[in-house]
Design a protein around this ligand. Sequence first.
Ligand code: PLP
Length: 396
Amino acid sequence: MSFQNPVFIPGPTNMPEALRRACDMPALDHRSPLFGEILQPALAGVKKVLKTELAEVFLFPSTGTGGWETAISNTLSRGDKILAARNGMFSHRWIDMCQRHGLKVEVVEAPWGTGLPADCYEEILTADTNHEIKAVLATHNETATGVKSDIAAVRRALNAAKHPALLFVDGVSSIASMDFRMDEWGVDAAVTGSQKGFMLPPGLAIIALSPKAQAEVESARLPRTFFDVRDMMKAYASNAYPYTPAVGLMNGLKQSCDMLLAEGLENVFARHHRIAEGVRAAVRAWGLELCARTPDVYSDSVSAIRTPEGFNANDLVTHAAAKYGVAFGVGLGEVAGKVFRIGHLGSLTDVMMLSGLATAEMAMADLGLNIKLGSGVAAAQEVYRSDIAIASKEAA
Ligand SMILES: *Cc1c(COP(=O)(O)O)cnc(C)c1O
């Protein structure tokens, strides 16, 4: 691997130099007032990125997975029923976690490559007249398949069924890269980590709980200690922390939010969309197909690309790493060996993306796929030099 090359995996993502520096701090006494000067702006910044004024943000030394556990363990009790769709590896893992916590999960199986079936949720929620379902899980962006789901539609399904269940959203690979509206969509728990859209090293679970979710914390019976938000809330009140915080990462998070807000969230989303459109144009030029079945579910943060029958997509990932020092993502679960993934989120420019596409072409050609060198790059170049691209850059 070369540390000069960008990575094209859907997390951890490339880190801007300024953020790496922000994480590199001398030891700091977290019981001193200095800590509050890092904690408070980091919490305020995350709220802006999540577009919430109502929710409370919690930062744990952990990862997105710890964020899932924070959401469920603070609001639910053993035996509670929850509703979730499985359309990829990440939604599967959250379901698995819930089951291991003794929750009863009604699983809606959705084909990998499709989005969350909100209409199916509505049917199930409408039929649940006794309101036994306590929470609905939604993976905003299924990183395994490069599929985004419509969270607003899930909220509409809950409202149409007049159902009081909590709405928990895994936004690990969407938040800070794709439009996310916590308050407007009535999201009760939003979960992410530091190493994706926030462009930081791994190590922080970032989670936000709505007032409605917070109201469940006292009566929830699932065991929790490290992830108990009550301890965190009590400590926050005096600019403190219940244990030793990951201060460097939190300082990085404060800077990351500043950086995202300075670019402008809508510009950040437009940049991700433009870069993703270039990748998709390249995939078409190669004559390959995305795992995502329809344009309405195309993800702007990751593309999972199907390779031809009989070709092991993992070989491409291994070869690109060994020969060119460039990282792409392997296929996971059901699509292991059938897709490779190009992560295109975080700190990325059109020019960086072109280098990734050029590398993918070389690797595919080396391994005998019928790819014309430069074909995907040229298709992406046309997207990146188009008027839309220029207009959105000027806005930034
Ligand atoms: C990366 C990812 C996770 C897991 O996060 P970790 O930080 O690795 O624990 C969960 N969900 C989605 C959608 C992801 O992309």
